[in-house]
Design a protein. Structure first.
Lengths: 113, 118
């Protein structure tokens, strides 16, 4: 059974640029969530995708957007990067409605200069 | 609405002594509660979960947690600390209500850093 994988591991961007982060869900899982973990903080919920549709969103602006593909993998896109977007971005997957145990990937460390 | 408060930002213990990490929660619905561990530069690993079955939950690596509804607490314990337990621990709440856009959203506490001394 393959766990949750994320790419890239590390990324450095400059303010104003755009970035795309990728996540492959665990085998058999159709729901993917994204979290932002700033240094010294607990992860914050960005949004969740179920069967290719966003079905939950946290307090993040619209420049944070996402996609889920038919194979349930997902992308997180962030436009107009700001310095405060520097964080560890975590992807988690679960087996859909009725399954609330989430499995996390290793994360992507984004640094915005 | 749901929230989590971890009462200690840092806990320091000696190897072989008990560990207690404290967590209080708030939830509008019947909650599911979790403890996750994060080692440096690693992702999050699930230690244990409570989902309305037995109130005393056993997890991996000898950890346990007890759900106390009257106290809205879900403290994490281990009888004897090991050096490999040094990490950051997160208490997490999720709405167990299977509907609406809040389902599946995890709300994390601020984390407790556990240091284990030889």
């Amino acid at each position: 059974e393959t766990g949750v994988t994320q790419s890239p591991t590390h990324l450095i961007k400059t303010r104003g640029q755009q970035v795309t982060l990728r996540c492959s869900s665990q085998s058999g899982h159709n729901t993917v969530s994204w979290y932002q973990q700033a240094l010294g903080q607990g992860p914050q919920f960005i949004f969740q995708y179920y069967r290719e549709e966003e079905n939950g969103r946290g307090n993040f602006p619209p420049r944070f957007s996402g996609l889920q593909f038919p194979n349930y993998s997902s992308e997180l896109n962030v436009n107009a990067l700001e310095l405060d977007d520097s964080a560890l971005y975590l992807c988690a997957s679960r087996g859909g409605q009725g399954h609330n145990e989430q499995f996390f990937g290793p994360g992507t460390r984004l640094t915005v200069l | 609405a749901q929230s989590v408060t971890q009462l200690d930002s840092h806990v320091s213990v000696s190897e072989g002594t008990p560990v207690l990490l404290r967590c209080n929660y708030s939830s509008s619905y019947s909650p599911s509660l979790f403890w996750y561990v994060q080692h440096p530069n690693k992702g999050l690993q699930l230690l244990l979960k409570y989902t309305s079955a037995a109130t005393l939950v056993k997890g991996i690596n000898g950890f346990e947690a007890e759900f106390k509804k009257s106290e809205t607490s879900f403290h994490l314990t281990k009888p004897s600390a090991h050096m490999s337990d040094a990490a950051e621990y997160f208490c997490v709440v999720s709405a167990a209500y299977a509907g609406g856009t809040s389902y599946g959203k995890l709300t994390f506490g601020q984390g407790t850093i556990l240091t284990v001394h030889p």
